[in-house]
Design a protein around this ligand. Structure first.
Ligand code: PLP
Length: 400
């Protein structure tokens, strides 16, 4: 089928939940994808921060192919060597002592909220969660209760016990923590869906100090920024703090659905047999993919490469900001999560659409931002190509 035919069939058979681009993608390799009509795109969406190793990385393909021939699913009624091995690598490379595997980001946050409440119940009957008002934590009802109100419309009543505060400000959190029923603060270290928002440098340090003082857990949602995206395996490492709970998904399984929440022993011990579970979470297929992802990130020097590429990219974006002051308002990012904020929503949409027409995939997100999430394997060559396309789109928009 052609792209056009697939778009038409989508409109007939699928629930109408997504604002999709009118392109049907057929295959990918490294930093590139091709649509059903043979057009080639530089993929700086990467499945929304999933394909950190690029498309069809040979290590993931090999691991998953072998696993498919061996064992794909057995349930968590049994122990699995690959599940233990992946958990050990996550523990050895993070603050955490224990891991729970699930299938998606929202499910990871759901489990993390349950764990925080279990801990809170055992520590003075605390159950409330303080979260940033504009955040994105997922679409299931628990995670949605901690997410931007615009996604909540039509689904109320949500879970009670959630208190939203502005992101990046410490006083509102301090005030919220005067409520003795608060068990945890849940935050994204950098907000992705909200338009690549970086808080002030010491924000997480200040929040960590406060939560420690008040005896409250700090939960970090690293679903978008974890697994190397910012140049560290986990974004919290930039800020000299350690959370009590962290959630992961997206890049964790390299394209195979996989989520997880990680916690310290002190917190994790509140989960006992039967209190939480999943049929497919941690299955051999996802574990083999995840192991290939983490080993490749660690062994191929991708963290340092991401830092260098991110600095190079941000430097080039700053030149665009200075060259097109009427169109570009701000550029920002850390590692390879980057945003260009335009001067109006119309300009943002126009540039993202023009760039797509010229072969660059990027996401139009909140606050007039073009979000760029290149694979961590992208180098100067691909970044220069992207800059060339964005520059051409800006030139066209200036002339229009
Ligand atoms: C920070 C963050 N948390 C949670 C989620 C939800 O993940 P999923 O779509 O896998 O449920 C997302 C998805 O964009 C996210 O960016």
């Amino acid at each position: 089928m052609s792209s056009e035919e697939i778009v038409a069939e989508s409109g007939k058979y699928l629930m109408n939940t997504y604002g999709r681009y009118p392109i049907a993608l057929a295959r990918g390799k490294g930093c590139w994808v091709w649509d059903e009509d043979g057009n080639k795109y530089l993929d700086f969406i990467t499945g929304i921060a999933v394909n950190n190793l690029g498309h069809c990385h040979p290590n993931i393909v090999r691991a998953v192919t072998e696993q498919c021939k061996t064992l794909m699913q057995v349930s968590n009624l049994f122990h699995l060597e690959k599940q233990v091995e992946f958990a050990r690598l996550l523990v050895e490379n993070s603050f955490a002592d224990r891991v729970f595997f699930c299938n998606s980001g929202t499910e990871a946050n759901e489990g993390a909220i349950k764990l925080a409440r279990k801990w809170g119940g055992a520590n003075g009957g605390k159950y409330k969660i303080v979260h940033a008002r504009d955040s994105f934590h997922g679409r299931t009802l628990g995670a949605l209760s901690a997410t931007n109100k615009k996604y909540q419309a039509g689904f109320k009543p949500l879970l009670p016990g959630f208190k939203g505060v502005p992101y990046g400000k410490i006083e509102p959190i301090e005030k919220a923590l005067s409520d003795e029923k608060v068990c945890a603060v849940l935050l994204e270290p950098i907000q992705g869906e909200n338009g690549v928002i970086l808080p002030y440098e010491n924000y997480l340090k200040d929040v960590r100090k406060l939560t420690k003082k008040k005896g409250v857990l700090l939960m970090l949602d690293e679903i978008q920024v974890g697994m190397g995206r910012t140049g560290k395996l986990f974004a919290y490492e930039h800020y000299g703090i350690k959370p009590d709970i962290m959630t992961l998904a997206k890049a964790l399984g390299g394209g195979i659905p996989c989520g997880a929440f990680l916690a310290t022993e002190e917190v994790a011990k509140n989960f006992t047999p039967g209190v939480h579970g999943t049929t497919l979470g941690g299955n051999p297929l996802a574990m083999s993919a995840g192991l290939a992802v983490i080993k490749t990130i660690m062994e191929d020097g991708l963290l340092d490469r991401t830092t260098a590429s991110g600095e190079y990219f941000l430097g080039k974006l700053a030149v665009l900001r200075d060259s097109y002051p009427g169109l570009v308002k701000d550029v920002r990012g850390k590692g390879l999560i980057l945003g260009i904020q335009f001067t109006s929503p119309e300009i943002a949409k126009d540039i993202v659409t023009r760039a797509m027409g010229k072969g660059l995939l990027s996401i139009l997100t909140e606050h007039r931002v073009m979000r760029l999430l290149p694979p961590l394997i992208a180098g100067k060559k691909e970044i220069d190509q992207a800059i060339g396309i964005i520059t051409a789109a800006l030139d066209e928009a200036s002339d229009a």
